[in-house]
Design a protein around this ligand. Structure first.
Ligand code: PLP
Length: 453
């Protein structure tokens, strides 16, 4: 910190402030975690200075031996953790990983004589007409993914994301009555749309998904089956999601982030069957520039940590804690979407439970030391900015060693705060509660009181 501070004191101060923030507030953001010090140090070092375009053993820069060693090791560990035929560990983020996957699937499955010729042609000699033909063949293929408002991710065809420009994007929703995915409805839609890619995976869906059934459906409609396991990769690695709930044996292509339940550095990866490997390995130059060797080094550390037997205990505890959270919220009258959870996240309907928007609830809880995010609920009348819901995740608090007792206490605090928060508590009506407006229950530990006490 002294070294950083000598150059830019403000950055050193922000790091210290962030440490204080993360230590004094309870982290319930479902996409966040606490990576280990080993992961953080592996990511912050001189490897950041190295360029290594290409892939291991096939680089466009000299002096990449050490990067090759890291990249090969990361891929091997992914294979041990998840069992995929092939792994590509360069993507800088989940969004990059999805773009690499989309383009690899198109390059592998869309018939394109021009592309076949490209393999034997010096790129400098590819004519503009050939490029235009490829572009026309690629753009406008059909993608069928989970609707953003039902819990799907932006990169799954949301209208403001590039995925909806690249593809003719279609989306399936959850059932209006149960808020659960309805496989028969998805099948009817897939038969009608006949997508090039059937995409499963979510950012805000609290249930597990039967990937075996979706693969059957993909085969039936002639689609490539892709799963984005960004949120639940740690639950797959930790053997919570096994059998038909493990996407890797069923999907042609699986993408993920490495920083959520998997507890690694910020980053992404693509796993695939050998059929897609040649295209996936061309993520650079297709989508990426130079890989980030420091991030890949940190991925190696995180994958090693995830291979330790105690990671399985950790992954199971994440889900146990999420179940306790859902149960305890419901016991106290909270409207939990779908009535519970099978994974690391819980969706709470704060509009029907407390007459608040998600934004008001998020703000009120943050002022009481709980950091979480508002989230659209299926068919949300409050839109994506205000929302009607909160998304709560247990990966980070489980890393801190919290168990059922602490999580029950968190549920008690949430209900206590929200039931005493009025939408007009501030002039802006953003739901920030004044300290005087309520009292936390006596049982709440001092640390959990955050800034309220
Ligand atoms: N895919 C899913 C399902 C996600 O939830 C996220 C991030 O929240 C992403 C992809 C994108 O990851 P990143 O933020 O690393 O680009």
């Amino acid at each position: 910190l002294d070294t950083i501070g000598a150059v830019v004191p403000d950055v050193a101060a922000s790091i210290v402030n962030e440490l204080a923030d993360q230590r004094s507030n309870v982290k319930l953001i479902a996409s966040e975690n606490y990576s280990s010090l080993a992961v953080q140090l592996a990511q912050g070092n001189l490897f950041t200075d190295k360029y290594a375009e290409g892939f291991a053993g096939h680089r466009f820069y000299a002096g990449c031996d050490n990067v090759d060693a890291i990249e090969l090791q990361a891929a091997e560990l992914v294979h041990k953790l998840f069992g995929a035929d092939h792994a590509y560990v360069q993507p800088h983020s989940g969004a990059d990983a999805n773009l690499v996957a989309f383009l690899s699937i198109l390059a592998t499955t869309v018939e394109s004589p021009e592309l076949e010729r490209f393999g034997q042609t010096n790129p400098a000699n590819i004519s503009d007409a050939d490029w235009e033909n490829v572009r026309q063949r690629f753009v406008g293929q059909r993608l069928l993914g989970m609707d953003y408002y039902s819990g799907g991710h932006l990169t799954h065809g949301y209208r403001h994301n590039v995925s909806s420009r690249l593809f003719e994007a279609h989306s399936y929703t959850v059932d209006r009555g149960t808020n659960l995915l309805d496989f028969d409805a998805i099948r009817r839609q897939a038969l009608e749309v006949r997508p090039r890619i059937l995409l499963a995976g979510y950012s805000a869906y609290p249930r597990k998904i039967n990937f075996a059934r979706l693969r059957e459906l993909a085969d039936e409609v002639g689609a490539t089956f892709m799963v984005d396991m960004a949120h639940f990769a740690g639950l797959v690695a930790g053997k919570v999601f096994t059998g038909e709930y493990d996407p890797v044996p069923y999907a042609h292509v699986v993408t993920s982030t490495t920083h959520k339940t998997l507890r690694g550095p910020r980053g992404g990866m693509v796993l695939c069957t050998s059929e897609f490997a040649p295209a996936v390995d061309k993520g650079c130059p297709m989508v990426l520039g130079g890989p980030l060797p420091h991030a890949m080094a940190a991925k190696v550390v995180a994958f090693r940590e995830a291979l330790e037997p105690n990671f399985q205990t950790y992954a199971h505890s994440i889900v146990d804690n999420a179940r306790v959270l859902a149960d305890e919220l419901q016991k106290r009258g909270g409207a939990v979407v779908t009535g519970g959870t099978d994974n690391h996240l819980v969706l709470l309907d704060v509009t029907s439970s407390y007459g608040l928007t998600g934004r008001q609830a998020e703000s009120a809880l943050r002022s009481c030391g709980l950091t979480l995010n508002r989230n659209s609920l299926p068919f949300d009348a409050n839109g994506p900015w205000y929302t009607s819901g909160l998304r709560l995740g247990t990966a980070a608090v489980t890393t801190l060693g919290m168990g059922a007792a602490e999580v029950a206490e968190i549920a008690e605090i949430i209900v206590s705060v929200l039931s005493k928060t009025s939408p007009a508590a501030t002039a802006k009506g953003d739901g920030t509660v004044s300290k005087a407006k309520y009292e936390l229950p006596d049982t709440v530990a001092d640390g959990a009181r955050g800034r309220v006490s």
